[in-house]
Design a protein around this ligand. Sequence first.
Ligand code: FAD
Ligand code: MG
Ligand code: MG
Ligand code: MG
Ligand code: MG
Length: 551
Amino acid sequence: AAASSGGLVAYADSGSDAAVEQPQLPPRKKVVVLGTGWGGTTFLRNLDSRLYDVQVISPRNYFAFTPLLPSVTSGTVEPRSIVEPIRRVLEKKGGEIKFWEAECFKIDPQSKKIHCRSNVGTSLEGNGEFLVDYDYLVVAVGARTNTFNTPGVVENCHFLKEVEDAQKIRRSVMDCFERASLPFLNEEERKKNLHFVVVGGGPTGVEFAASLHDFVTEDLSKLYPSIQHLVKISLIEAADHILTMFDKRITNFAEDKFGRDGIDVKTGYKVVKVSKDDITMQNPATGDISVPYGMAVWSTGIGTRPFVVEFMKQIGQANRRVLATDEWLRVRECDGVYAIGDCATINQRKVMEDISEIFRVADKDKSGTLTVKEIQDILDDIYVRYPQVQLYLKSKQMNGIADLVRSAKGDAEKESVELNIEEFKKALSLVDSQVKFLPATAQVASQQGQYLARCFNKMKDAEENPEGPIRIRGEGRHRFRPFRYRHLGQFAPLGGEQTAAQLPGDWISIGHSSQWLWYSVYATKQISWRTRMLVVSDWTRRFIFGRDSSC
Ligand code: FAD
Ligand code: MG
Ligand code: MG
Ligand code: MG
Ligand code: MG
């Protein structure tokens, strides 16, 4: 206790008289953060680190700006321009936060300890393993690439998840061109080496295919004029379309543009095997087909890290695919553990699970029926606690709950309708169909990191004043509003200085103007002025001199 209160004293107002007796402060609670990606870093940047004893553990001692990873594969942006050393981020917070470059391999929620292993040398005593205690644990370890256990993928495909992956891809593209240029190859062999396959038609796969196409047509074709006509890019997607998470107009535009660009978009094909030389895919109509390839990038969604799977087994989540939290980002049945970003998913509470409780709270006069006014009085709480209600009303183009009540009664005119419990249940019975899972994006992870930091900053206040704004119980009173995601829109860069943007309110914009929006948004979102400068100067360099193709 003495050691940690020492830390607090050091933080006390520097102008104060040092001789004044400091009151005995309770030791600060230990917060341990796993991961330095979008979730973890945003949490740390927003946390008031004077309130806690903070330790950060991650096998990477830097933050990576993942939206620009596809640009690194083509050399449009340099790797060092998109990474920020985590110690620099922490230094800006006053140097109070400790960082250990290590990987957590086990969480022990009973004793509130985590097991870690240093990855900077196994020459360390006991293989570099150590234990860390926590009071609060923030799990922000992201996800791994999902291969769906497809044979040969790990051995033969590139992933695009980390900065090193992007660098390897870039080198591999250049190797393919050099190999295809060698004098003793025949035409078939040259074609094979210049066949680039992208598996997965989601945002990352599509952006990578587009940036590879730009790199080839704008830069490499000048350097390898004799073989450039042999280059082929294939994009393989198991579903019927690419970019299915976007508006139909964007999907269509992307498919058409890729068609014009000569990118072979193969939808409805599932890759079932990858060998050193061939990639085998399946389609109900054609059966198995195998095609030779030079380089393949696997980008088909994400999976849970093995140590998180183990943790889920320990806490009774063995039958789930992703670690579940409640709307306050707390891991259920696990005191003091929070999870954010790609490693977690929010289990939104259903209206129908709480319907009797909601009815009871709303029925102020205990009449056994609800009037529209009674419902309206608790509507704000309902909207906060169950955002699906608002989404449902919107989807039915209803203005408010009064419309819903009247439609349940089948009486559009009368003002004085009242509902009994059965009718109330019926009115809301379809609302839960609007529960949405949040996407695995940087936008979600960083908003969660920010939200959680704010909760941590106010935790002490809240303990002293536990009555929160949320009055519908469900599972006890809450001191904070639940996490609410604000979707700010999404980009799909399609190459040739064209980007599709889907902004809130279903506002769609495709073309060169949204490319400029893209540049400005990603310049703004940089986490330091240093990386912002570097990224902008990389873009400028590319405009003037083209991409660098040495490797
Ligand atoms: P991550 O950012 O992946 O961070 C996980 C952290 O945990 C890392 O620091 C990692 O080293 C660390 N870690 C891993 N294992 C352990 C362990 N055992 N112990 C301790 N630490 C560990 N999203 C968008 O919104 N817009 C985009 O344009 C976009 N483009 C993308 C492009 C690419 C190529 C990729 C790969 C992703 C893109 N994303 C984009 C998605 C976005 O990067 C992720 O959703 C986001 O990184 C999730 O944040 P996170 O904190 O959950 O995980
Ligand atoms: Mg993180
Ligand atoms: Mg990241
Ligand atoms: Mg998530
Ligand atoms: Mg009543």
